[in-house]
Design a protein around this ligand. Structure first.
Ligand code: SAH
Ligand code: MG
Length: 208
């Protein structure tokens, strides 16, 4: 589903996606029924997950929309655990991952398959109307952003489409809980989704 070169490009790119979970993400995408619609990720950051999803999207004859305001999540800001100081725009004093994202997508040869949508996730989701064959949620991990991504994005997953969630930690000792409590559990409890695969903190659900 990814060539050896595509896989090494994805693995070498900057970001927060362990190799095995990236592969599981690409595998899930390869099983998407793109007659339902395109793929969309919430949380593009520096383009790593786009390097796993983009080549699959192209092979399936569709595109990956990558939604991010590119200002970083709470945990990416100065003083937090996942902060990378070179990603701050010194003139603005805020993070700006868009230049790195663009460069990553260019270097990976994915400009025809990956479409950046720059904006606040909930604002984009509220205006969105296209059904999705796969939704990958890897955006803000605070309570509110996670709850908003669940509320505003998951209705766009087409019936038979896939919902993939990253950083799902059942045990608080392993990581923050909002993706688990505010996205994964509500999706299952809603009765709209069934779990079909899991790898590390990645969960793959299918909409009934
Ligand atoms: N998928 C990426 C990692 C994403 S990190 C990878 O593979 O490396 C989470 C991203 O979500 C950050 O880039 C941050 O800017 C974005 N984000 C957080 N909250 C957001 C919001 N409310 N709207 C848009 N983007 C958001
Ligand atoms: Mg993540």
């Amino acid at each position: 589903m990814l060539t050896g070169t595509e896989l090494s490009v994805a693995r070498a790119s900057r970001g927060f996606m362990p190799d095995d979970e990236g592969l599981a993400l690409a595998q899930a995408a390869a099983g998407a029924d793109v007659s339902l619609g395109p793929l969309l990720e919430v949380g593009g950051y520096c383009g790593k997950s786009a390097c796993y999803l983009g080549p699959v999207a192209r092979r399936l004859g569709t595109v990956l929309f990558s939604v991010d305001h590119h200002r970083g999540s709470e945990e990416n800001q100065a003083g937090w655990e996942w902060h990378e100081p070179d990603l701050v725009d010194p003139d603005v004093g805020l993070m700006d991952t868009l230049p790195v994202f663009r460069r990553t997508v260019f270097d990976a040869g994915l400009e025809d398959a990956v479409v950046a949508v720059v904006g606040h996730s909930a604002a984009v989701a509220r205006a969105w109307s296209m059904p999705l064959s796969l939704l990958f949620i890897d955006g803000g991990h605070g309570v509110q952003p996670a709850a908003d991504d669940y509320e505003f994005w998951t209705p766009h997953v087409a019936s038979g489409g896939l919902l993939v969630i990253h950083d799902v930690f059942e045990d608080p000792a392993d990581g923050g809980r909002p993706p688990y409590e505010r996205i994964y559990l509500p999706a299952l409890k809603s009765g709209r989704f069934t779990e079909i695969d899991a790898c590390g903190s990645l969960r793959v659900l299918r909409r009934r």
